[in-house]
Design a protein around this ligand. Structure first.
Ligand code: UD1
Ligand code: PEP
Length: 446
């Protein structure tokens, strides 16, 4: 089924039950696709989900002369970068505002072509999301950067050189920027205060398969010894732990029971601990994880989002919906993005009691304390939710609204559902498989 309409009618009150599958991670797959640009041979990426961020990167790679075709198995892509030098890059502006991934083309294009043009970035509107760390590190490697009206133009007057970098904050994107640039730079790069998310480790695995030399210390330090040439890779992307947690939260909020095939314990340990503290049940096997509401009352908790191995910020929004059903006061302190709690006002319209605060509540001080950002929340529950008219604000906020609408009494109209396709593969089919009562006005589902 192709989804064109942008409004979904959700009739709430039915527990989600059944099985769905998650495939490769949204936060790894597009980056592994960019890594293919560094190679002198074709690469093979398996477990690729059909989501918009993958389609955007595929389009950008093709624009730069990379041939991208389906492989033998479903969800396999073969990426051939051997004709990048002869590509005629036109219409790159069409990709402006599409996702956050174009910024990661900088290093690979500078190595291959000596220059790069990066259109304006997209991604979720959950904070200012500056890219200053990216440009600071690229300058340290020897790149020059010129801001133009429609994007950024970069040049490498000579081969980029390895360098010693300390990130002001363990940014995922800036860490990936360093990795994708340092692998072909001359000499050694030492990156400290690096992000160490599982998707970054998987990207390092991809790069190592291509011939890179990368050592990860236990103290957020990554050492990369530049090499002259990289080959291709054959890699199965790690599973999407963010999507898996979203479905786990949906099971909890709707009194449901969902087996998430593909979910992996290792990358979800922090989420699983929190899920258990809230009162959710789960059982892990070799193929996936079953999540369910075991009956009785859910418990309120104090939760702080953080960089890995802390509680991942992208898990926060869906879990907040489940916390509206927990007894007592839950405290959420969002320390990664300054504006990721705005989605709660619509939950309040549905009957939730969520109060936002500028202070750092629930433990430590973060970068956003005393800076006028509503980045802490107190959720008081349990509350009955009522169906409402909802407009999707961002990817995880959007999925959270779906969960709230499914948990609510009555019917909700959820506008802007196309945004969810950016990171959730076939989410409508999955909802129908799980027994959700959803309708696209004028269309049959399921
Ligand atoms: C496509 C992708 O993988 N997106 C993920 C990635 O986003 P992304 O890579 O954009 O997130 P970062 O880790 O870079 O951002 C974390 C924090 O650092 C700040 N910052 C970042 C870069 C910079 O140059 N300057 C700066 O100040 C950001 O504003 C934010 O407050 O990691 C986030 C944190 O796990 C996740 O929520 C996103 O799902
Ligand atoms: C914030 C997210 O993604 P992006 O960085 O692509 O906007 C997310 O996946 O929740």
């Amino acid at each position: 089924m192709t989804v064109n309409d942008d409004v979904l009618l959700v009739h709430g009150g039915t527990p989600l039950e059944g099985e769905i599958r998650v495939r490769g991670a949204k936060n790894l797959v597009p980056k592994a696709m960019v890594a293919a640009l560094l190679g002198s041979e074709p690469s093979r990426l398996r477990n690729v989900p059909d989501i918009r961020d993958v389609r955007v990167v595929r389009g950008l790679l093709q624009l730069h002369g990379v041939t991208v075709r389906p492989g033998e198995e479903p969800g396999e892509l073969v990426l051939d970068p051997t004709r990048v030098e002869s590509a005629n890059v036109a219409d790159i502006d069409a990709h402006a505002g599409s996702s956050r991934i174009p910024i990661l083309f900088c290093g690979p294009l500078l190595h291959r072509l000596g220059h790069a043009f990066i259109p304006g970035l997209g991604g979720c509107d959950i904070g200012g999301r500056p890219i200053d760390f990216h440009f600071d590190v690229l300058r340290q490697f020897g790149a020059t950067i010129e801001k133009r009206a429609d994007g950024q133009y970069l040049e490498a007057p000579q081969r980029l050189r390895g360098t010693k970098i300390r990130l002001p904050y363990p940014s995922v994107g800036a860490t990936e920027q360093v990795l994708l640039t340092a692998v072909l730079a001359e000499g050694v790069t030492e990156l400290s205060n690096a992000a160490v998310e599982p998707e970054i480790e998987d990207l390092i695995c991809v790069l190592q398969k291509m011939g890179a030399i990368i050592a990860m210390d236990t103290d957020r330090t990554i050492r990369i010894t530049g090499v002259d040439k990289l080959g291709g890779y054959d890699h199965r992307a790690l599973a999407d732990r963010l999507e898996a947690a979203s479905w786990a939260s949906a099971a909890l909020a709707t009194n449901g029971n969902i087996y998430v095939r593909g979910a992996q314990q290792r990358s979800m340990m922090t989420f699983l601990n929190t899920y258990r503290k809230v009162g959710g049940a789960f059982r892990i096997d070799d193929e996936g994880i079953r999540f369910w509401h075991p009956g009785g009352q859910l418990k309120s908790i104090a939760l702080e989002t953080d960089v890995h191995p802390g509680f991942q910020t992208d898990w926060q929004q869906p879990l907040v919906v489940a916390l509206t059903q927990a007894t007592g006061l839950s405290i959420i302190h969002e320390t990664v993005y300054e504006s990721r709690l705005g989605f709660t006002s619509a939950l309040n319209q549905m009957g939730a009691h969520i109060q936002l605060y500028r202070e750092c509540l629930g433990g430590s001080d973060c970068r956003f304390g005393q800076r006028n950002f509503l980045h802490s929340a107190v959720v008081s529950g349990p509350t009955r939710l009522q169906g409402a008219d909802l407009v999707i604000p961002d990817l995880r906020g959007g999925f959270s609204y779906l969960i709230a609408a499914l948990a609510a009494e009555g019917t909700s109209r959820v506008h802007g559902i196309e945004l969810i396709n950016r990171g959730y593969e076939n989410f409508m089919e999955k909802l129908v498989e799980l027994g959700a009562k959803v309708e696209l006005p004028g269309k049959a589902l399921g």
